[in-house]
Design a protein around this ligand. Structure first.
Ligand SMILES: [Ca+2]
Ligand SMILES: [Ca+2]
Length: 367
Protein backbone atom coordinates (compact mmCIF):
# COMPACT_ATOMS: atom_id res chain seq x y z
CA UNK A 1 0.00 0.00 0.00
CA UNK A 2 1.43 3.34 -1.00
CA UNK A 3 1.10 6.09 1.53
CA UNK A 4 0.95 9.62 0.32
CA UNK A 5 2.63 12.56 1.94
CA UNK A 6 5.48 10.56 3.38
CA UNK A 7 8.13 12.88 2.00
CA UNK A 8 9.14 16.12 3.54
CA UNK A 9 8.77 19.19 1.36
CA UNK A 10 11.40 19.39 -1.29
CA UNK A 11 12.17 22.98 -2.10
CA UNK A 12 14.46 24.78 -4.46
CA UNK A 13 14.19 22.53 -7.42
CA UNK A 14 15.34 23.87 -10.66
CA UNK A 15 14.84 22.61 -14.14
CA UNK A 16 17.92 21.75 -16.09
CA UNK A 17 18.32 20.80 -19.69
CA UNK A 18 16.87 17.32 -19.79
CA UNK A 19 18.79 14.40 -21.14
CA UNK A 20 15.77 12.57 -22.39
CA UNK A 21 14.16 12.90 -25.75
CA UNK A 22 15.91 12.12 -28.95
CA UNK A 23 18.64 9.69 -29.70
CA UNK A 24 21.93 10.46 -28.06
CA UNK A 25 24.87 10.18 -30.35
CA UNK A 26 28.53 10.29 -29.62
CA UNK A 27 29.95 13.08 -31.72
CA UNK A 28 33.50 12.97 -30.52
CA UNK A 29 35.45 10.05 -29.23
CA UNK A 30 36.98 10.46 -25.81
CA UNK A 31 40.18 12.36 -26.11
CA UNK A 32 43.30 11.32 -24.28
CA UNK A 33 43.21 14.49 -22.24
CA UNK A 34 41.31 13.84 -19.06
CA UNK A 35 42.78 16.37 -16.64
CA UNK A 36 40.06 18.87 -15.85
CA UNK A 37 41.09 22.45 -16.47
CA UNK A 38 39.94 25.86 -17.56
CA UNK A 39 42.38 27.62 -19.87
CA UNK A 40 43.50 31.10 -18.79
CA UNK A 41 41.26 31.01 -15.70
CA UNK A 42 42.58 34.25 -14.23
CA UNK A 43 42.46 36.27 -17.48
CA UNK A 44 46.17 37.08 -17.31
CA UNK A 45 46.98 36.04 -20.88
CA UNK A 46 45.63 38.66 -23.27
CA UNK A 47 45.87 39.97 -26.81
CA UNK A 48 45.10 43.39 -28.19
CA UNK A 49 41.98 43.92 -30.27
CA UNK A 50 42.03 47.33 -31.92
CA UNK A 51 39.20 49.51 -30.75
CA UNK A 52 38.36 47.09 -27.99
CA UNK A 53 41.39 46.68 -25.75
CA UNK A 54 42.95 43.60 -24.19
CA UNK A 55 40.85 40.45 -24.52
CA UNK A 56 41.61 37.19 -22.68
CA UNK A 57 43.14 34.34 -24.64
CA UNK A 58 41.25 31.03 -24.84
CA UNK A 59 37.90 32.73 -24.31
CA UNK A 60 35.25 33.52 -26.90
CA UNK A 61 33.83 37.01 -26.48
CA UNK A 62 30.69 38.71 -27.67
CA UNK A 63 31.41 40.96 -30.64
CA UNK A 64 28.21 42.91 -30.19
CA UNK A 65 29.30 46.26 -28.76
CA UNK A 66 26.14 48.20 -29.54
CA UNK A 67 25.30 48.65 -25.88
CA UNK A 68 27.94 46.53 -24.10
CA UNK A 69 31.66 45.97 -24.22
CA UNK A 70 34.32 43.91 -22.47
CA UNK A 71 38.05 43.87 -21.88
CA UNK A 72 40.67 42.99 -19.33
CA UNK A 73 41.40 45.71 -16.80
CA UNK A 74 45.10 46.35 -16.98
CA UNK A 75 45.89 49.87 -15.77
CA UNK A 76 46.54 50.29 -12.05
CA UNK A 77 45.01 53.52 -10.90
CA UNK A 78 42.02 53.44 -13.22
CA UNK A 79 38.67 52.92 -11.47
CA UNK A 80 38.08 49.87 -13.63
CA UNK A 81 41.25 48.14 -12.40
CA UNK A 82 40.29 45.34 -10.07
CA UNK A 83 41.62 41.83 -9.60
CA UNK A 84 41.81 39.10 -7.00
CA UNK A 85 44.53 37.00 -8.63
CA UNK A 86 47.44 38.11 -10.73
CA UNK A 87 47.26 41.52 -12.40
CA UNK A 88 43.99 41.45 -14.31
CA UNK A 89 40.35 40.56 -14.33
CA UNK A 90 37.96 40.61 -17.25
CA UNK A 91 35.14 43.12 -17.27
CA UNK A 92 31.82 42.86 -19.11
CA UNK A 93 29.96 46.14 -18.92
CA UNK A 94 27.13 48.21 -20.31
CA UNK A 95 27.80 51.37 -22.29
CA UNK A 96 26.30 54.54 -20.89
CA UNK A 97 23.94 56.58 -23.03
CA UNK A 98 23.31 53.61 -25.34
CA UNK A 99 19.73 52.31 -25.46
CA UNK A 100 19.33 48.72 -24.34
CA UNK A 101 16.41 46.31 -24.36
CA UNK A 102 15.55 43.99 -21.48
CA UNK A 103 17.05 40.54 -21.87
CA UNK A 104 19.90 41.66 -24.09
CA UNK A 105 23.25 40.31 -22.89
CA UNK A 106 26.97 40.31 -23.49
CA UNK A 107 29.03 37.18 -22.93
CA UNK A 108 32.41 35.54 -22.54
CA UNK A 109 32.67 31.79 -22.71
CA UNK A 110 34.98 28.80 -23.00
CA UNK A 111 33.91 25.44 -24.37
CA UNK A 112 35.37 21.99 -23.98
CA UNK A 113 35.92 22.15 -20.23
CA UNK A 114 36.23 18.62 -18.88
CA UNK A 115 34.63 18.53 -15.42
CA UNK A 116 35.55 14.95 -14.60
CA UNK A 117 36.11 14.69 -10.87
CA UNK A 118 35.12 18.32 -10.30
CA UNK A 119 32.56 19.14 -7.63
CA UNK A 120 32.37 22.91 -7.96
CA UNK A 121 33.59 25.93 -9.90
CA UNK A 122 34.64 28.94 -7.82
CA UNK A 123 35.21 32.51 -8.93
CA UNK A 124 35.40 36.12 -7.73
CA UNK A 125 33.16 38.88 -9.06
CA UNK A 126 32.72 42.61 -8.64
CA UNK A 127 29.61 44.54 -9.66
CA UNK A 128 30.25 48.25 -9.80
CA UNK A 129 29.21 51.50 -11.46
CA UNK A 130 31.62 53.68 -13.41
CA UNK A 131 32.61 56.43 -13.71
CA UNK A 132 33.24 56.64 -9.98
CA UNK A 133 31.75 60.14 -10.00
CA UNK A 134 28.37 58.56 -10.70
CA UNK A 135 27.00 57.88 -7.25
CA UNK A 136 23.99 55.67 -8.00
CA UNK A 137 23.81 52.01 -7.11
CA UNK A 138 24.39 49.09 -9.42
CA UNK A 139 21.02 48.48 -11.08
CA UNK A 140 19.28 47.56 -14.35
CA UNK A 141 21.72 44.70 -15.05
CA UNK A 142 22.46 41.21 -13.81
CA UNK A 143 25.70 39.28 -13.65
CA UNK A 144 25.36 35.55 -14.26
CA UNK A 145 27.57 32.49 -14.45
CA UNK A 146 26.34 29.68 -16.67
CA UNK A 147 27.33 26.11 -17.30
CA UNK A 148 26.04 24.60 -20.54
CA UNK A 149 23.71 27.54 -20.96
CA UNK A 150 22.10 27.12 -17.55
CA UNK A 151 22.50 30.06 -15.15
CA UNK A 152 23.81 28.56 -11.91
CA UNK A 153 24.72 31.86 -10.24
CA UNK A 154 23.25 35.35 -10.58
CA UNK A 155 23.76 38.66 -8.79
CA UNK A 156 22.09 42.06 -9.23
CA UNK A 157 23.44 44.02 -6.25
CA UNK A 158 26.67 45.98 -6.40
CA UNK A 159 29.62 44.72 -4.39
CA UNK A 160 32.57 42.37 -4.31
CA UNK A 161 31.75 38.66 -4.17
CA UNK A 162 34.66 36.38 -3.40
CA UNK A 163 34.73 32.58 -3.58
CA UNK A 164 31.39 32.26 -5.29
CA UNK A 165 30.61 28.64 -6.03
CA UNK A 166 28.45 26.65 -8.41
CA UNK A 167 27.86 22.93 -8.05
CA UNK A 168 28.88 20.88 -11.07
CA UNK A 169 29.25 17.49 -9.38
CA UNK A 170 28.69 14.62 -11.73
CA UNK A 171 28.71 16.59 -14.94
CA UNK A 172 31.84 14.76 -15.99
CA UNK A 173 33.39 15.05 -19.42
CA UNK A 174 30.33 15.31 -21.63
CA UNK A 175 27.47 17.60 -22.37
CA UNK A 176 24.33 17.07 -24.38
CA UNK A 177 23.01 19.67 -26.81
CA UNK A 178 19.83 18.89 -28.70
CA UNK A 179 20.47 15.17 -28.38
CA UNK A 180 24.09 15.44 -29.50
CA UNK A 181 26.90 14.67 -27.13
CA UNK A 182 29.96 16.91 -27.01
CA UNK A 183 33.25 16.57 -25.21
CA UNK A 184 33.59 19.15 -22.46
CA UNK A 185 31.29 21.74 -20.96
CA UNK A 186 30.61 25.38 -21.73
CA UNK A 187 31.46 27.89 -18.99
CA UNK A 188 30.09 31.36 -19.54
CA UNK A 189 29.90 34.75 -17.86
CA UNK A 190 27.25 37.28 -18.81
CA UNK A 191 25.93 40.73 -18.13
CA UNK A 192 22.23 40.91 -18.97
CA UNK A 193 19.95 43.95 -19.10
CA UNK A 194 16.97 43.58 -16.78
CA UNK A 195 15.31 46.86 -17.72
CA UNK A 196 14.95 48.62 -21.05
CA UNK A 197 16.34 52.12 -21.15
CA UNK A 198 19.20 54.47 -21.78
CA UNK A 199 21.30 54.81 -18.65
CA UNK A 200 23.73 57.49 -17.56
CA UNK A 201 26.46 55.21 -16.26
CA UNK A 202 28.48 52.15 -17.19
CA UNK A 203 27.46 49.09 -15.17
CA UNK A 204 30.39 46.75 -14.76
CA UNK A 205 30.66 43.06 -13.94
CA UNK A 206 34.25 41.94 -13.42
CA UNK A 207 35.39 38.37 -13.09
CA UNK A 208 38.60 36.79 -11.87
CA UNK A 209 40.24 33.71 -10.44
CA UNK A 210 38.13 30.84 -11.76
CA UNK A 211 38.94 27.63 -9.94
CA UNK A 212 37.86 24.04 -10.45
CA UNK A 213 37.38 22.39 -7.08
CA UNK A 214 37.89 18.65 -7.05
CA UNK A 215 35.53 16.42 -5.18
CA UNK A 216 32.27 14.63 -5.53
CA UNK A 217 29.82 15.79 -2.89
CA UNK A 218 27.18 13.36 -1.81
CA UNK A 219 23.77 14.04 -3.32
CA UNK A 220 21.23 14.62 -0.56
CA UNK A 221 18.24 12.31 -0.69
CA UNK A 222 14.88 12.28 1.04
CA UNK A 223 14.10 8.75 2.12
CA UNK A 224 10.91 7.32 3.57
CA UNK A 225 10.59 3.87 5.10
CA UNK A 226 7.35 1.95 5.12
CA UNK A 227 6.67 0.79 7.73
CA UNK A 228 8.69 3.17 9.86
CA UNK A 229 7.61 1.33 12.99
CA UNK A 230 8.15 -2.41 13.07
CA UNK A 231 6.00 -4.81 15.00
CA UNK A 232 8.00 -7.91 15.89
CA UNK A 233 4.76 -9.88 15.81
CA UNK A 234 4.23 -9.02 12.14
CA UNK A 235 5.02 -11.51 9.46
CA UNK A 236 5.98 -8.85 6.93
CA UNK A 237 8.94 -9.77 4.81
CA UNK A 238 10.10 -6.35 3.63
CA UNK A 239 10.70 -2.78 4.60
CA UNK A 240 10.03 -0.59 1.61
CA UNK A 241 12.21 2.43 1.04
CA UNK A 242 11.39 5.37 -1.25
CA UNK A 243 14.31 7.52 -2.36
CA UNK A 244 13.90 10.98 -3.79
CA UNK A 245 16.90 13.06 -4.85
CA UNK A 246 17.05 16.61 -3.57
CA UNK A 247 17.89 19.25 -6.12
CA UNK A 248 19.91 22.22 -5.00
CA UNK A 249 19.10 25.74 -5.98
CA UNK A 250 22.13 25.75 -8.21
CA UNK A 251 23.67 22.72 -9.75
CA UNK A 252 22.72 19.76 -11.83
CA UNK A 253 19.50 17.83 -11.55
CA UNK A 254 19.91 14.13 -10.88
CA UNK A 255 17.61 11.40 -12.09
CA UNK A 256 16.44 8.65 -9.72
CA UNK A 257 16.36 6.33 -12.70
CA UNK A 258 20.14 6.32 -12.68
CA UNK A 259 20.27 4.88 -9.16
CA UNK A 260 21.96 1.48 -9.24
CA UNK A 261 19.64 -0.69 -7.13
CA UNK A 262 22.46 -3.12 -6.36
CA UNK A 263 24.35 -0.32 -4.60
CA UNK A 264 21.49 0.71 -2.32
CA UNK A 265 22.14 -0.07 1.32
CA UNK A 266 20.60 0.64 4.69
CA UNK A 267 23.24 1.27 7.33
CA UNK A 268 23.08 1.43 11.08
CA UNK A 269 24.93 0.05 14.08
CA UNK A 270 27.96 -0.77 11.93
CA UNK A 271 25.82 -3.07 9.82
CA UNK A 272 25.06 -2.75 6.14
CA UNK A 273 21.99 -4.31 4.58
CA UNK A 274 21.70 -4.45 0.81
CA UNK A 275 18.46 -3.85 -1.01
CA UNK A 276 16.99 -6.93 -2.64
CA UNK A 277 17.66 -7.04 -6.37
CA UNK A 278 16.99 -10.69 -7.11
CA UNK A 279 13.88 -12.81 -7.26
CA UNK A 280 10.70 -12.99 -9.24
CA UNK A 281 9.22 -9.67 -8.24
CA UNK A 282 9.34 -7.02 -10.92
CA UNK A 283 10.83 -4.38 -8.63
CA UNK A 284 13.72 -6.62 -7.57
CA UNK A 285 16.24 -5.44 -10.13
CA UNK A 286 19.38 -3.32 -10.07
CA UNK A 287 18.11 -1.34 -13.05
CA UNK A 288 15.24 1.07 -12.93
CA UNK A 289 11.90 -0.11 -14.29
CA UNK A 290 8.24 0.81 -14.04
CA UNK A 291 7.84 -1.27 -10.88
CA UNK A 292 10.55 0.43 -8.86
CA UNK A 293 10.52 3.99 -10.21
CA UNK A 294 7.31 5.99 -10.08
CA UNK A 295 5.80 9.04 -8.46
CA UNK A 296 4.68 6.93 -5.53
CA UNK A 297 3.44 9.82 -3.39
CA UNK A 298 1.94 11.82 -6.23
CA UNK A 299 3.94 15.01 -5.69
CA UNK A 300 5.06 15.19 -9.30
CA UNK A 301 8.59 13.88 -8.71
CA UNK A 302 9.85 10.35 -9.22
CA UNK A 303 11.03 8.09 -6.42
CA UNK A 304 13.21 5.00 -6.60
CA UNK A 305 11.72 2.22 -4.53
CA UNK A 306 13.88 -0.46 -2.92
CA UNK A 307 13.13 -3.16 -0.37
CA UNK A 308 15.16 -4.44 2.55
CA UNK A 309 14.76 -7.66 4.49
CA UNK A 310 12.60 -6.73 7.44
CA UNK A 311 14.15 -9.19 9.92
CA UNK A 312 17.64 -7.92 9.13
CA UNK A 313 16.61 -4.31 9.67
CA UNK A 314 14.73 -5.18 12.84
CA UNK A 315 17.90 -6.73 14.24
CA UNK A 316 19.58 -3.30 13.98
CA UNK A 317 17.06 -1.61 16.18
CA UNK A 318 16.71 -1.97 19.92
CA UNK A 319 13.22 -1.21 21.21
CA UNK A 320 11.89 1.12 22.31
CA UNK A 321 14.26 3.86 21.05
CA UNK A 322 14.02 5.16 17.54
CA UNK A 323 17.16 4.41 15.56
CA UNK A 324 18.49 6.61 12.80
CA UNK A 325 19.65 4.71 9.78
CA UNK A 326 21.39 5.90 6.65
CA UNK A 327 20.28 4.98 3.17
CA UNK A 328 23.07 5.16 0.61
CA UNK A 329 23.35 4.32 -3.02
CA UNK A 330 25.24 5.11 -6.17
CA UNK A 331 24.08 6.78 -9.32
CA UNK A 332 25.33 4.65 -12.17
CA UNK A 333 27.08 6.14 -15.10
CA UNK A 334 24.25 6.32 -17.50
CA UNK A 335 22.39 8.12 -20.18
CA UNK A 336 18.76 8.15 -21.04
CA UNK A 337 17.74 7.06 -24.50
CA UNK A 338 14.04 7.25 -25.12
CA UNK A 339 13.49 6.93 -21.40
CA UNK A 340 15.45 3.69 -21.03
CA UNK A 341 18.67 3.60 -19.09
CA UNK A 342 21.73 2.37 -20.90
CA UNK A 343 25.34 2.42 -19.88
CA UNK A 344 27.53 5.33 -20.81
CA UNK A 345 27.29 9.02 -20.02
CA UNK A 346 26.97 11.54 -18.49
CA UNK A 347 26.55 10.94 -14.77
CA UNK A 348 29.60 9.45 -13.17
CA UNK A 349 29.14 7.37 -10.09
CA UNK A 350 27.94 9.90 -7.53
CA UNK A 351 26.71 8.72 -4.16
CA UNK A 352 23.42 9.64 -2.56
CA UNK A 353 22.62 9.59 1.12
CA UNK A 354 19.53 10.18 3.20
CA UNK A 355 18.54 9.46 6.78
CA UNK A 356 15.44 7.94 8.29
CA UNK A 357 14.37 6.72 11.69
CA UNK A 358 13.00 3.30 12.54
CA UNK A 359 11.25 2.22 15.67
CA UNK A 360 10.50 -1.29 16.82
CA UNK A 361 7.53 -1.92 19.05
CA UNK A 362 8.56 -3.45 22.35
CA UNK A 363 5.86 -6.07 22.65
CA UNK A 364 7.17 -7.33 25.97
CA UNK A 365 6.94 -3.89 27.53
CA UNK A 366 3.27 -3.64 26.66
CA UNK A 367 2.24 -6.29 29.11
CA1 LIG B 1 43.51 37.61 -12.74
CA1 LIG C 1 6.98 11.72 -5.74
Amino acid sequence: MIRTGVFTAVAERRARAALGGGMLLILLAASGASAAQVLNPSFEATYLVTGRGLLPRDWTYSRDTTCFSSYCSSSPGLPSWWKTDGLMSVGLFSLKDKPVTAGRYHYLYQEGVDLTGIGAIKFDVRLSVLPATYTGPFEHFEASFLVDGVPLWTQTVGGVYLDQEVNVAGLGAWRVVNGWVFYGHKIEMRITALDPGTFRANYWTQWDNLRLVEGQPTIPAVVALDPGTLNPASNGKWITCYIELLQEESGPTYDVRTIDGASVTLRGSNTEIHACTTGDEGWATAAANADNVADFDGDGFLERMAKFDRAAVQALVQPPQATTVSIQGKLASGKLTNGALTSGIPTTGLWLEGKATIRVLDNHAKK
